[in-house]
Design a protein around this ligand. Structure first.
Ligand code: ADE
Length: 228
């Protein structure tokens, strides 16, 4: 999979995309991620990429010309399955969307900054608008990093233990069960006996019950999505 990201502040993406699992996925050539600086497409030698809003109001808006130029340049190089704009007024991002996007070949992600981007860029190029939650970030970069991380870990071969992503919270509309590792006893708290029993079927049953219980108390809204 190839992911291109357009950003006014590419530095914000450096660390999240270059460590841990994403770093390994890139090294294994399972994913390719290119971050493009919108500044390189500025309309003048002062590096201008934003301007004040028509109609008045606080906050700068990323201009049409730099965005259009870079989007068209990238689109001339490959066909994108989706052109995604990260925005708090987009559809709410969920695991199902991560699953779907992980099956695509080429994604182009546009990060807004300041107040947002000119509506005409959304009208002309964007095929999917995504919000990571009901709160406003200073830009789409951190939202994009979250989305890219959640997508990439689903690509076969990215995680060492392939079953690991399948047992994540939300994969089956259930939260994940509690986890334990050594030691067996810590500050007088013991690992549940069943996990030490070696009885695989019983362990699976216990984990499912724990998942169900956790979901019922913490996220009752998810229970409604469970297959009957
Ligand atoms: N940009 C600013 N806030 C955002 C959010 N909640 N989701 C996606 N992009 C954003």
């Amino acid at each position: 999979m190839r992911i291109d990201i357009i950003s006014a502040v590419p530095e914000l993406l450096e660390s999240p995309l270059n460590h841990s699992i994403l770093k390994r996925a890139k090294e294994k050539k399972l994913i390719e991620i290119q971050v493009h600086s919108l500044r390189d497409y500025a309309i003048n030698k002062h590096g201008q990429i934003d301007d004040t809003q028509y109609g008045g109001g606080a906050g700068m808006v990323l201009m049409c010309e730099p965005l259009s130029k870079i989007i068209e340049e990238l689109k001339s190089q490959r066909e994108y399955d989706e052109v995604i704009y990260m925005t708090p007024d987009g559809v709410q991002y969920k695991q199902d969307m991560a699953n779907n996007l992980s099956l695509k070949n080429n994604l182009l992600i546009i990060c807004g900054h300041y107040k947002g981007i000119d509506q005409r860029i959304r009208d002309l190029y964007v095929t999917l608008e995504i919000s990571i939650g009901d709160y406003v970030l200073s830009g789409g970069e951190l939202a994009a990093a979250i989305m890219v991380d959640s997508i990439c870990r689903l690509i076969p071969g990215v995680l060492n233990d392939e079953t690991s992503a399948l047992t994540d919270s939300f994969q089956d509309h259930l939260l994940a069960p509690p986890l334990y590792t050594r030691p067996v006893s810590f500050k007088n708290l013991k690992v549940p006996e069943i996990l030490l029993s070696g009885h695989f079927a019983k362990i699976e049953e216990w984990r499912f019950e724990q998942s169900l219980e956790r979901t019922k108390t913490r996220r009752p809204d998810l229970i409604k999505k469970l297959p009957k």
